[in-house]
Design a protein around this ligand. Structure first.
Ligand SMILES: *Cc1c(COP(=O)(O)O)cnc(C)c1O
Length: 222
């Protein structure tokens, strides 16, 4: 099936409160344009260099999200235009995003990545590390970032119960933080969970943003 058909069908199946982030990594700019022409404006990439190259040649009203591991020294390249960074996994990175955003007089939205999957290779804070970070952060310490929520990935498995349990853990942490550190903070409202194979489970567990690549653009060629 074509990108156009895939995205049209997918959008029709998502609840109205769930934002679709089209994950276009490893796909050429022409593929993104096909999605763009169906009305899609939110795209996610996982490598800074690839992202900046695409941003230069694609329409300026695209809302770009960063979803991959991010090295501190790459933040400056995406800071002029990035809308949301999903993959914050250290205080150092948070500080660097704040610093680079300030240089451009911008506020960059960020999500804290939470590690609950069983795979070691996945990035992110444990729930306890995340609590400690947030409770230790003075209010207004980082004026050029806005912490908008949490992001997480479930273990890559066919065991739906396990996937659901892992997304549930992230949702519980989100609810706890919303009732403590982020009480009366309207911006803390996003849960980025769900990829092509597990997004229906993520939506049942409260996801507000799904990051879908393969089901839109097909298999990636690395
Ligand atoms: C690649 C990627 C996705 C999209 O995965 P698909 O299985 O292609 O939908 C989502 N989230 C992250 C963090 C990714 O790296």
């Amino acid at each position: 099936m074509s990108v156009t058909e895939n995205i049209t069908r997918l959008k029709a199946s998502l609840p109205a409160n769930v934002k679709l982030v089209a994950i276009s990594k490893f796909h050429p700019a022409e593929a993104l344009l096909k999605a763009y022409n169906t009305g899609q404006r939110v795209f996610g990439e996982s490598r800074a260099q690839e992202l900046t190259a695409k941003q230069k040649v694609l329409p300026s009203d695209i809302e770009w999200h960063f979803i991959g591991p991010l090295q501190s020294n790459k933040v400056k390249d995406i800071a002029p235009f990035i809308h949301t960074i999903h993959s914050i996994d250290s205080l150092k990175l948070l500080q660097e995003v704040n610093k680079q955003a300030a240089k451009h007089d911008r506020i960059i939205r960020v999500l804290l990545e939470i590690h609950v999957a069983q795979e070691e290779a996945k990035h992110g804070f444990s729930p306890d590390e995340c609590r400690r970070l947030l409770h230790g952060l003075p209010p207004d310490a980082l004026p050029n970032i806005r912490i908008c929520g949490l992001m997480g990935m479930a273990t890559n498995t066919d065991d739906t119960t396990q996937i659901q349990d892992e997304f549930h853990q992230i949702h519980e942490l989100f609810a706890e933080l919303k009732n403590s550190v982020f009480k009366e903070n309207e911006h803390f409202c996003e849960l980025s969970m769900g990829m092509s194979h597990d997004y229906p489970v993520a939506i049942r567990e409260g996801s507000t943003m799904v990051r879908i690549g393969t089901s839109i653009f097909g298999e990636r060629e690395y």
